[in-house]
Design a protein around this ligand. Structure first.
Ligand SMILES: Cc1cc2nc3c(=O)[nH]c(=O)nc-3n(C[C@H](O)[C@H](O)[C@H](O)COP(=O)(O)OP(=O)(O)OC[C@H]3O[C@@H](n4cnc5c(N)ncnc54)[C@H](O)[C@@H]3O)c2cc1C
Ligand code: SF4
Length: 682
C-alpha cells in the first residue's frame, strides 16, 4: 500500500501551532464533546467524517447471521491520502486512565501558562459506552486530581456502608473473615461508565479535545522504526471484503510529541508497543479474569443502599479462581456479577452460564425476585499484578491504566491506580514537552512533527516505582499467584489469608505466574460436561436476550473484525471441537462463536462442523480476540523495521487471538469507530 501524505494540511496545522493559535485545527469548543462529534478533527484539515450514525441492525438474533469467511490476506489496498493533524499529546482511550492523564496535563499547562494541545481518541460512540466495571471505587486518585469533585457534581452518590464476604454452597452460605484490603469504608458504589462521562466533561472544560468514535488502529513509527511519532485512526467505509465503499474515509494520522496508551485491559496498540519495544522482557505473563455483570432494579423493600457483598465458592468448582459481587447502588439498583479467572482448566465452563445459575442461589434469588434486569455486559480484567506489569515507557510514549495492568486483584479495584498512573504519565509528558520547547527555542531549530520521534517520558517509570500504586501492588503481589502453587486453590486461599492478615507482603519471596491463560486449558476428556439449568426468563436469561441489553451494534457492511486465517481454519475446528469441546462457544459472553453442524450445501471446516463467527454480537470484552504475547512476537521483527509500515492497512490486526483459545489463531481488528456496546450504567 502506498500512502500519500497530505503535507499541505499538516503544514497548515503546523504553522498555526507555531503561531500560537489553534485556528487551523479543531478547537475544544468546536470539536470536543462526550459523544461522537458531528464534525471530526479532520474537518479542520481537509475532509469531513460523517457524524456517527447508529445502524438499524443492532445485534445478531439468529444463529448464523453473519459468517466470518476466510479473508484473502493479500488484498491490496488502493493508494490513499491520509489527513495529518499535529498535537502535543495523543491519548488513546477515554477511560479513567486516559481522562485523568488529560486532566492532569491540562491543569499543569494552565498552571504554567503553557499551551498544550491534548487529544483523546475513544473507540466507543460516546465516552463511557465501552466501560464496564463493578464498581466500588477508592477516591484517592480522584481526590488528588479534582479535590472539589463533590462540589463539581461527580456521580459518586452512594457511599459503601457495609461489607461482607461469604462462602457459597449450592444452597446456602456462611460468613468468611473479611480480608482487610477489601474493606470499603470511605469508598463509593458507582457506575464507572457514568464517572468516565463526567471526567470527560471536566477534561473538556480544561480545553482537552475528545473524539469519540475514533479508534486508534496503528502506531506511527519514525522512519527507522526506533520511536513512536503518533497514532493512526482506523479506516471507515470499507465493505466486508475490505474494499472501499462510497463512504470510505481513510484513517487519520495524529502526530504527537507524546503518545499515551490508555486502552484498558488487553489493549491492541499497547500490545503492539509491548512487542515492538520488548517491554515484557523479564516480566511474568499477564493473566486475566472475565467479569460478567448485570444491573437490576430491585423492589424498594429489598434494596439496602451501600451494601457490599462478595462471595467465594459455588458456583465455581474448587479448581477455578473467581468469585461474585453484589453492590447496592443508588436508585434501587444493584450491580451483580461474577469474575472467572481465565486460567481455568475445564473447557466446559461457561462464565455467562455461571452467572445465570448464580442468580438462582437463595442469596441472590430472594433479592432479585420481582425486580428487573436492566443492563448486561462483560469485560476482561488484569490479574497478573505487579510481576506482570511491563516496562511502562517507550521512545515517544507510555502505557497507562489497565493497559499496563495496575489492577489490585484482591481488592478487585483498578480505577484509582489507573487514574494515578495517568496522572504520573501526564507529569512526565508535561516536563518532556517543556524541555523540548526550551531546547527548540535555544537552538532555534524547529522540530518537524512529520518525522521527529516522540519525546522521552521515562521519568514516568521511576515516578511509578516510588508512588503509592507500587507500594499497594507490592503488598499484595503474592496473593493471586499463590493460587498457581501445588496446593491449588485451597492452598492459595490459606496463603492469601495469612499474607493479608499477617505478612502484608513483607516477605523476601515473590511468586510467579507460570503460563499464559490459554496454556492452562485442559482437554475436555478430563472433565464431564457441566449441566447448566435452562434459563427461566425471570432470574436467568439466554445469551442473546442478555446481549440485547448491551445496546451493541456494528455497522452492517464492514469488514468482519474477527478472523481465522483460511489456512488455519480446518485445524482450528478440528482441535477446538475434538479436543476442547468447542470452548470458544462458551467463553465468549456474547455468543459470537458457534461450531454448527454442516448441513445441506454447507461445507464443513472439519469433523462435520463449520465455525460461525457472529462478529456483530461482539461486546468488546476482550476475552477472546486480542493476542497472547507469544503471537505478537511473531510480528516483532517486522514491526521493528520500516517494513511494518508496508503491511496491508490492517496493521491493527497485530493483536492476534485470544486469551483463552488453545489454538491461539483468532485475529481481531478494531471495528469501525463507534461500533460495539452502548453501556450507560455499567
Ligand atoms: C468486572 C470488573 C469489575 C471491576 N470492579 C472494579 C471495582 O469495583 N473497583 C475498581 O476500582 N475497579 C474495578 N475494576 C477495574 C476497573 O474497571 C479498571 O481498572 C479501570 O476501568 C481501568 O481504567 P482504564 O482507563 O485503564 O481502562 P478502561 O476503563 O477499560 O477504559 C479504556 C477506554 O479506552 C477505549 N479504547 C480501548 N482501545 C481503544 C483504541 N484502540 N482506540 C480508542 N479507544 C480505545 C475503551 O473503549 C475505553 O473507553 C473492575 C473491572 C472489571 C472488568
Ligand atoms: S468475540 Fe471475544 S471480545 Fe467479543 S464478546 Fe466474544 S469473547 Fe469478548
Amino acid at each position: 500500500m502506498t500512502v500519500r501524505l497530505q503535507r499541505i494540511a499538516a503544514s497548515a496545522v503546523r504553522t498555526a501551532a507555531r503561531g500560537s493559535t489553534h485556528a487551523a485545527r479543531p478547537t475544544a469548543a468546536a470539536a470536543t464533546r462526550v459523544s461522537a462529534p458531528a464534525t471530526s478533527p479532520r474537518s479542520r484539515t481537509t475532509s469531513y467524517r460523517p457524524a456517527f450514525t447508529r445502524p438499524s441492525r443492532l445485534f445478531s438474533t439468529s444463529r448464523s447471521t453473519r459468517q466470518a469467511e476466510p479473508l484473502n490476506q493479500e488484498l491490496e489496498f488502493p493508494e490513499v491520502e491520509r489527513v495529518q493533524d499535529e498535537c502535543d499529546v495523543c491519548i488513546v482511550g477515554g477511560g479513567p486512565a486516559g481522562l485523568s492523564a488529560a486532566i492532569q496535563l491540562a491543569k499543569l499547562a494552565k498552571e504554567k501558562g503553557e499551551e498544550v494541545r491534548i487529544v483523546v481518541l475513544e473507540k466507543g460512540a460516546e465516552v463511557g459506552a465501552h466501560i464496564l466495571s463493578g464498581a466500588v471505587i477508592e477516591t484517592r486518585a480522584l481526590d488528588e486530581l479534582i479535590p472539589d469533585w463533590k462540589e463539581k457534581g461527580a456521580p459518586l452518590n452512594q457511599p459503601a456502608l457495609s461489607d461482607s464476604m461469604r462462602w457459597l454452597t449450592p444452597t446456602g452460605s456462611f460468613p468468611m473473615p473479611h480480608p482487610p484490603q477489601m474493606a470499603n469504608k470511605g469508598n463509593y458504589i458507582i457506575s464507572l461508565s457514568k464517572l468516565s462521562r463526567w471526567l470527560a466533561e471536566q477534561a473538556e472544560e480544561l480545553g482537552v479535545e475528545i473524539y469519540p468514535g475514533f479508534a486508534g488502529a496503528k502506531l506511527l513509527y519514525t522512519e527507522d522504526g526506533s520511536a513512536i511519532r503518533g497514532v493512526q485512526t482506523n479506516d471507515i467505509g470499507l465493505d466486508k471484503n475490505f474494499q472501499p465503499k462510497d463512504s470510505f474515509e481513510p484513517g487519520m494520522e495524529f502526530l504527537a510529541k507524546v503518545t499515551l496508551l490508555a486502552e484498558g485491559c488487553h489493549g491492541s496498540l499497547s500490545k503492539q508497543a509491548q512487542a515492538k519495544f520488548g517491554l515484557r522482557e523479564g516480566k511474568d505473563p499477564q493473566t486475566y479474569g472475565l467479569g460478567i455483570k448485570e444491573v437490576w432494579k430491585v423492589k424498594p423493600e429489598k434494596h439496602q443502599p451501600g451494601k457490599v457483598q462478595h462471595t467465594l465458592g459455588w458456583p465455581l468448582d474448587n479448581s477455578t479462581y473467581g468469585g461474585t459481587w453484589l453492590y447496592h447502588m443508588e436508585d434501587e439498583m444493584v450491580s451483580l456479577g461474577i469474575v472467572v479467572g481465565l486460567d481455568y482448566k475445564n473447557p466446559y465452563i461457561s462464565p455467562f452460564r455461571e452467572l445465570q445459575r448464580l442468580k438462582h442461589h437463595p442469596l441472590f434469588a430472594d433479592l432479585l425476585e420481582g425486580g428487573e434486569c436492566i443492563a448486561y455486559g462483560a469485560r476482561a480484567l488484569n490479574e497478573g499484578g505487579l510481576q506482570s506489569i511491563p516496562k511502562l515507557t517507550f521512545p515517544g510514549g507510555a502505557i497507562i491504566g489497565d493497559s499496563a495492568g495496575f489492577l489490585n486483584v484482591p481488592k478487585i479495584k483498578g480505577t484509582h491506580t489507573s487514574m494515578k498512573s495517568g496522572m504520573l504519565a501526564a507529569e512526565a509528558a508535561f516536563t518532556a514537552i517543556e524541555s523540548s520547547r526550551a531546547a527548540e527555542s535555544e537552538s532555534e531549530a524547529e522540530r518537524d512533527p512529520l518525522t521527529a520521534p516522540g519525546l522521552d517520558v521515562s521519568s514516568y517509570q521511576s515516578a511509578f516505582e516510588s508512588s503509592w500504586i507500587h507500594k499497594e501492588l507490592k503488598e499484595v503481589r503474592n496473593l493471586r499467584p499463590s493460587f498457581h502453587s501445588k496446593l491449588g486453590n485451597w492452598g492459595g486461599l490459606i496463603y492469601s489469608g495469612i499474607d493479608s492478615l499477617l505478612l502484608k507482603g513483607r516477605v523476601p519471596w515473590t511468586f510467579h505466574h507460570p503460563e499464559e491463560d490459554y496454556q492452562a486449558t485442559k482437554p475436555a476428556k478430563d472433565f464431564k460436561p457441566i449441566d447448566y439449568p435452562a434459563p427461566d426468563g425471570k432470574l436467568s436469561f439466554d445469551i442473546l436476550t442478555s446481549v440485547s441489553r448491551t445496546g451493541t451494534n456494528h455497522a452492517e457492511d464492514q469488514p468482519v473484525h474477527l478472523h481465522i486465517d483460511a489456512s488455519k481454519r480446518a485445524a482450528h475446528v478440528q482441535k477446538n471441537v475434538e479436543e476442547y469441546a468447542g470452548l470458544l462457544g462458551r467463553v465468549c459472553p456474547a455468543a459470537v462463536y458457534e461450531y454448527v453442524d454442516a448441513e445441506g450445501d454447507t461445507k464443513p471446516d472439519a469433523v462435520g462442523k463449520k465455525l460461525v463467527i457472529n462478529s456483530q454480537n461482539c461486546i468488546h470484552c476482550k476475552a477472546s480476540p486480542y493476542s497472547a504475547t507469544s503471537r505478537l512476537e511473531d510480528y516483532a521483527d517486522v514491526s521493528a523495521s520500516s517494513a511494518f509500515d508496508s503491511l496491508p492497512f490492517r496493521h491493527s490486526l497485530l493483536q492476534t487471538c485470544s486469551i483463552k483459545v488453545p489454538t491461539q489463531d483468532i485475529t481481531w481488528m478494531v471495528p469501525e469507530g463507534g461500533g460495539g456496546p452502548a453501556y450507560e450504567m455499567t
